[in-house]
Design a protein around this ligand. Sequence first.
Ligand SMILES: NC(=O)C1=CN([C@@H]2O[C@H](COP(=O)(O)OP(=O)(O)OC[C@H]3O[C@@H](n4cnc5c(N)ncnc54)[C@H](OP(=O)(O)O)[C@@H]3O)[C@@H](O)[C@H]2O)C=CC1
Ligand SMILES: Nc1nc(=O)c2c([nH]1)NC[C@@H]1CN(c3ccc(C(=O)N[C@@H](CCC(=O)O)C(=O)O)cc3)C=[N+]21
Length: 286
Amino acid sequence: MAQVIDGKQLASQVLEDAAAEVEWLKHHFESVPGLAVVLVGDDAASQIYVRNKIKRAKEAGIASFEHYLEADTSQATLDALIQELNDDPGVHGILVQLPLPEHIDEARIISSILPEKDVDGFHPANVGALSQGRASLVPCTPQGCLIMLRHVHQDLSGKNAVIVGRSNIVGKPMAALLLQENCTVTIAHSRTRDIRKVCQEADILIAATGSPGLIQSDWIKPEATVIDVGINAIEVDGQRKLIGDVDFDGASQVAGAISPVPGGVGPMTIACLLLNTTRAAKNQLT
Ligand SMILES: NC(=O)C1=CN([C@@H]2O[C@H](COP(=O)(O)OP(=O)(O)OC[C@H]3O[C@@H](n4cnc5c(N)ncnc54)[C@H](OP(=O)(O)O)[C@@H]3O)[C@@H](O)[C@H]2O)C=CC1
Ligand SMILES: Nc1nc(=O)c2c([nH]1)NC[C@@H]1CN(c3ccc(C(=O)N[C@@H](CCC(=O)O)C(=O)O)cc3)C=[N+]21
């Protein structure tokens, strides 16, 4: 049976690091890191994530500023809010929950956030920095996945890493990070031919598709490390249940290590967001 990678436990260690940074900033600079979270619309799942983020921020001693906007909020109103947050010296990190409603130009909103306050790491300046291997604010989910991988492997060098999914928020930055770790990186997606065979070559398999249970036990190389990013809400007997992109029960018979859903990548994402917020606050000291 595979080792189960406990995201909750690892996340609590990252949160301790973040809390220690907060203490240091308070003690030496009388600065309290501030995180602004912007949610447009009333998507139920997004509300849960945002609530979790704010709860953990408070625990770590980070001030949080919540902005809940109606689904029909105009681009101009959102633009104005971002400007206000950019100009606010008490706000060190800005997170705009994605996806945004159809009528909003997502790329323009992301680009309007000051790169030094972009704790999601989605601004083109931070994406470019990551791609060139320069220090930057690294997207939270891939950063969390990397911490999980380092927990299992001392050295990732030379390993075959296959990432299923090529989104800007998970797949692509994950590939950049693993390349930096000297992995041999393959990105698979919905047009990949014989995807099962591609995955069977993976020493490290990252699933980030949003397709529940896509990855079955016979896709997995024996003893591989499997990280399941997928968060899929399904209904079982009228109850809401979260499952990942990996068939956990089958995969854990074959893999060497595997992350569960829930209790895997999700809590790591939130912990890394708070760590990024303390880093951003440090970089903004004048
Ligand atoms: N745990 C966490 O903290 C987070 C979890 N998530 C979860 O991770 C998952 C992915 O999120 P995100 O990257 O934003 O999703 P996107 O929908 O933006 O991207 C999904 C990617 O997966 C590929 N894909 C979808 N279905 C298949 C398939 N059947 N076979 C092969 N490739 C497929 C798509 O291919 P193509 O490009 O060809 O369409 C696309 O590249 C979701 O479940 C999301 O909820 C996301 C962010 C954070
Ligand atoms: N700008 C932006 N940044 C994001 O980082 C971002 C985003 N938009 N949009 C949506 C996705 C999704 N995401 C999750 C974060 C935490 C959990 C999480 O904590 N999950 C818990 C379960 C929570 C529950 O019960 O629903 C777990 O997996 O154990 C899940 C998903 C961040 N995202």
